[in-house]
Design a protein around this ligand. Sequence first.
Ligand code: ADP
Ligand code: MG
Length: 253
Amino acid sequence: MSFNHQEAGLVARVSQLTKSYGSGSGSVTALDDVSIGIRQGEFTAIMGPSGSGKSTLMHIMAGLDTATTGRVWLGNTEITELADGELTVLRRRRVGFVFQAFNLVPTLDVSGNILLPFELDGRHPLSDETDWIDRLIESLGLGDRLAHRPHQLSGGQQQRVAIARALATRPDLVFADEPTGNLDSRTGREVLSLLAASSSEYGQSIAMVTHDPIAASFADRILFLADGRLVEDRGRSSAEEISRFMLEMERAS
Ligand code: ADP
Ligand code: MG
């Protein structure tokens, strides 16, 4: 049976995903039979306490790590069947990343960092892509920072550069792992607003890993993991509702 993910409005899907580290008595089950789909155009938060498997799930969905068992699709492409080279190209063209540690190239200026995905793909932006990047730079307030190196920028500015880089190629899906983890709360909220706006205004699909209820309250949908299992799938919720649910989850465990 074939399943058309794009028709179903899914930009990524995992089915019966399991991930174990190590073997024998020292083995750890990081993910235990997880099946989820990430919907096109939505800002999805993946929540759960530390150690619940969030980063592992994101890494496997993005093709940065492999599953022990189960299947993974990006769009209609099953990545569990791809060779390393094919996977690298697919990731480069279809996926963007924002990490807690910003992960900018220290020797490149802001402009070079934003254009890096094109450089890695061996091409220059087309004219409509240049227009888009100019718009991103403008809306992220980076116009007067283009010749600066990352170390000359604040944390919030560095994360805005990382967001510009992740959005520059208009990827099918942007993965963000604790994108506000290194920012003060006000700057964190600014970054979250920018991510939410890229989804509501430009239809950017985003999957964001976080353990922070305030961060998750910016999302359209929230998936909760506990001990490597999906325990809840709900729509937009306030930070208070999310905190309450997490407390109940901890009490039940
Ligand atoms: P989260 O991002 O929710 O904090 P992780 O996905 O990082 O959780 O980790 C889930 C579980 O898998 C944890 O118990 C963690 O210790 C374990 N784990 C993660 N990566 C590794 C690894 N490379 N080797 C062994 N155990 C790991
Ligand atoms: Mg993590």
